[in-house]
Design a protein around this ligand. Structure first.
Ligand code: GLP
Length: 233
């Protein structure tokens, strides 16, 4: 695991955007795993700005988001689909057919998870996946206790995660469940970049740095992967 510490959220955004853009310039057909949350917003802003000056930045790129809330229509302001449209999809030349998020309103959510896994496999697997870090060490929506070989599935969110993600929901209406790529799915990505910024994550960073690998701390699964960069403020 490599570690890189930068001195501001802005620098983190710039470095993360540089990694993303270099990857798709070198491999215009790259398959990206993408996160949501507050942390990657600056990265998406930079990427959008750079791509406005370039031709066909994302034309042949494929994206898979890490997660989506269950039971939430994609048009809901709190959905990750809305987030992705707002921060990336509406501003770059990604083919909508190549952008993927789990469908949180599918009639059979378990079948939707299986479908999502096979879409990733059909795309040839993830080349580069960006992750954020939850305060309790979650990655995607894989909460503490998740087996490291878990695949894409429906999960129940912890109270603390629902609280941390409450901004875009009216009081108490944060969904209770989500679909998330599993830790096993994430670990199959060829490269992984974990982005860490935001308050209250000091304990999670210290725990990750300690090198202790435990299913009680999902991000520690990343120690089992050979190409991880932790990019932190
Ligand atoms: C949510 C997302 C995670 C994200 C985490 C951290 O729970 N499902 O993928 O990493 O929030 O969010 P933030 O970047 O806002 O701290």
């Amino acid at each position: 695991m490599k570690w890189e510490t930068v001195d501001s959220a802005d620098a983190l955004a710039g470095r993360a955007a540089e990694i993303l853009l270099t990857t798709i310039r070198e491999n215009p057909r790259a398959v990206l795993g993408l996160p949501t949350g507050r942390t990657p917003i600056g990265m998406y802003e930079r990427v959008v700005r750079e791509c406005a000056r370039e031709y066909h930045c994302f034309r042949d790129v494929t994206t898979f988001n890490l997660d989506e809330y269950a039971g939430l229509p994609r048009e809901h302001p709190g959905s990750y689909f809305t987030y992705m449209k707002l921060h990336l999809f509406d501003h770059v030349d990604l083919d909508p057919a190549n952008t993927h998020l789990p469908c949180g309103t599918a009639p059979d959510l378990d079948a939707e998870c299986i479908r999502y896994e096979s879409e990733i496999a059909d795309a040839g697997g993830l080349d580069l996946t960006f992750l954020g870090l939850g305060r309790n060490g979650h990655i995607g929506f894989n909460e503490p206790g998740t087996p490291f070989d878990a695949r894409t599935r429906v999960v129940e969110l912890t109270q603390s995660t629902r609280h941390a993600n409450a901004d875009l929901f009216a009081d108490g209406s944060v969904p209770t469940h989500a679909i998330t790529m599993g830790i096993g799915t994430i670990l199959e990505s060829k490269r992984i970049v974990l982005l860490v910024s935001g308050s209250g994550k000091e304990d999670a960073v210290a725990r990750l740095r300690s090198g202790e690998v435990s299913e009680e701390f999902p991000a520690s699964a990343l120690w089992r992967h050979g190409d991880v960069l932790v990019l932190k403020v």
